[in-house]
Design a protein around this ligand. Structure first.
Ligand code: ADP
Ligand code: MG
Length: 174
């Protein structure tokens, strides 16, 4: 009789443990589904500044480059063609004033009209940098339309803070 009671208690305990584990598993599943639904909300909508530089404007690639941005889910919310003066060019690239290529960069950016655009979309800052690519990244804007380290077709803000400041530089009214 005692043996039967002990056996029943052990079986009961076993079933309790199984039930508890099931419950945990169900909770885990609910939690994962919840995370899955939250995921799209985590991709933040941002704005960034891109410049189609004078080399790409001269080579008639404005449309090609804007098209790459649009096809990749970036919305053009502001756009302006602007021929930077040497002073404006120097101010925009002031962070690089101690670099050896600074004067060359300033002269290049003032050498002809550029097109400044504000792009909006999920993770727009990183997405734009990704699409711009390094010179040797096949398919990237710089690989397609850049011609050298300096004349590399496009600029893109590299941080949230720079995006805000650079957008204000070209679109002070926004
Ligand atoms: P990125 O535009 O990829 O952020 P950097 O911030 O390092 O690159 O440089 C700013 C710009 O300066 C580049 O896009 C390019 O036009 C120019 N530049 C960078 N390195 C050189 C170089 N070695 N010689 C000439 N121009 C350069
Ligand atoms: Mg940079």
């Amino acid at each position: 009789m005692a043996a039967a009671t002990i056996l029943a208690a052990v079986i009961n305990l076993y079933l309790e443990v199984i039930r508890w584990l099931e419950l945990k598993r169900n909770h885990m599943r609910t939690f994962l589904v919840f995370l899955l639904f939250l995921f799209p909300l985590a991709a933040e909508v941002e704005k960034t500044l891109s410049i189609i530089k004078p080399d790409a404007v001269k080579a008639h690639h404005i449309g090609d480059i804007l098209s790459i941005y649009e096809k990749n889910g970036l919305e053009i919310v502001h756009l302006r063609m602007v021929h930077l003066s040497p002073k404006e060019s120097a101010a925009f690239y002031e962070v690089h004033k101690d670099k050896g290529f600074y004067q060359e960069l300033v002269d290049f950016m003032a050498s002809g009209p550029s097109v400044a655009v504000v792009l909006k979309g999920e993770n727009a800052i990183a997405k734009t940098r990704e699409l711009m690519g390094a010179k040797d990244k096949p398919g990237s804007i710089r690989a397609l339309y850049g011609t050298s380290v300096g004349e590399n077709a496009v600029h893109g803000s590299d941080s949230k803070e720079n995006a805000v400041n650079e957008i204000l530089f070209f679109f002070p009214a926004t």
